[in-house]
Ligand binder design. Structure first.
Ligand SMILES: O=C[C@H](O)COP(=O)(O)O
Length: 251
C-alpha cells in the first residue's frame, strides 16, 4: 500500500510571520490525520522558523530546491546538509518553474536527487510536459526522458524514498486541472518507465503525486485514480482551510 502524500509548495510566498500564521491555522485542521503524509515547502529563509511550530504535528518540512555540492565557492546555493540543519526532511527537485526560469535540466535534476539522497533528504522529483509538447503528441516522450534522466544511476534502494510529482505545466496555476483520465494515463505511463528501470516491484512502491490546479473540489476524483498517490499543491496550499480540505480528501 502506498501512503498518500499531500505536499504544499508555497513557492515565492509567505514571510516568516505569514508562514507561522499559516501553520497556526493549518495544524489544528489536520490534527489527527494519520493516513496521509502532509508536507509544506516554504522559501529557504523561513525553514529554520518552522520546526518549533511544527513540533507535535505530523507535518513535514520541505525545501523548494537544493544544490548538489556539500560546500564550497557556490554563491547563492544551499546544500543538503544545510537543509537538514534548517529542519527540512524533504526537498522539491526539478519543479517546472526551475526548469523554465532557472535553467534546470535532467542532468542537474539527477545530480540534485543523488545529493539529496546522500544527505538523507526525501526528494520530491517533479516532471511534466508543456502545453506545446502535449499538443505535439510528445507527452510520453518528454515524461520518459525526464524520468530516465532524473533517476539515472540510482539503485533500487536509492529509489525507494523518492517521491515523483507529475505536474503538467499547462495545469500549473492556470485553474485548468488535468482530467482524472489524463492524469491517470500519465501516472500509469510514468510508473511503467520506473518499472522498466527498476523492476515492477520497486515501481509499485513509488508514490507518484499529481500537481497542477489541485483544489478541494477536484482532489477526490484525482485521488480515486489507481496510480495517483497524492498531490503537490501550489495556490490552494496558501490557505489553511483549503489545504486542510485537500489533506482530508478521503473524508
Ligand atoms: O508545485 C505545485 C504546482 O506547481 C501546482 O501549482 P498550482 O496548484 O498553483 O497549480
Amino acid at each position: 500500500m502506498r501512503k498518500p502524500v499531500i505536499a504544499g509548495n508555497w513557492k515565492l510566498y509567505k514571510t516568516k510571520d505569514e508562514a507561522l500564521a499559516l501553520i497556526e491555522e493549518l495544524a489544528p485542521l489536520v490534527a489527527g490525520v494519520d493516513n496521509v503524509e502532509v508536507v509544506v515547502a516554504p522559501v529557504f529563509t523561513v525553514l529554520p522558523a518552522l520546526p518549533a511550530a511544527l513540533a507535535g504535528t505530523s507535518i513535514s518540512l520541505a525545501a523548494q530546491d537544493v544544490f548538489w555540492e556539500e560546500e564550497g565557492a557556490f554563491t547563492g546555493e544551499v546544500s543538503p546538509r544545510m537543509l537538514l540543519d534548517a529542519g527540512a526532511s524533504h526537498v522539491i527537485i526539478g519543479h517546472s518553474e526551475r526548469r523554465q526560469y532557472f535553467g534546470e535540466t535532467d542532468q542537474t535534476v539527477n545530480k540534485k536527487i543523488k545529493a539529496a539522497l546522500k544527505g538523507a533528504l526525501v526528494p520530491i522529483f517533479c516532471i511534466g510536459e508543456t502545453l506545446e509538447a502535449r499538443e505535439a503528441g510528445d507527452t510520453f516522450k518528454v515524461l520518459e526522458r525526464q524520468v530516465q534522466g532524473g533517476l539515472e544511476g540510482l539503485s533500487e534502494t536509492q529509489l525507494a524514498p523518492v517521491i515523483i510529482a507529475y505536474e503538467p505545466v499547462w495545469a500549473i496555476g492556470t485553474g485548468k486541472v488535468a482530467t482524472d483520465e489524463q492524469a491517470q494515463e500519465a501516472h500509469a505511463f510514468v510508473r511503467g518507465v520506473v518499472a522498466k528501470m527498476f523492476g515492477q516491484a520497486a515501481a509499485d512502491k513509488v508514490r507518484i503525486l499529481y500537481g497542477g490546479s489541485v483544489k478541494p473540489d477536484n482532489v477526490k476524483g484525482l485521488m480515486s485514480c489507481a496510480d495517483i498517490d497524492g498531490a503537490l499543491v501550489g495556490g490552494a496550499s496558501l490557505k489553511g482551510a483549503s489545504f486542510a480540505s485537500i489533506v482530508r480528501f478521503g473524508e
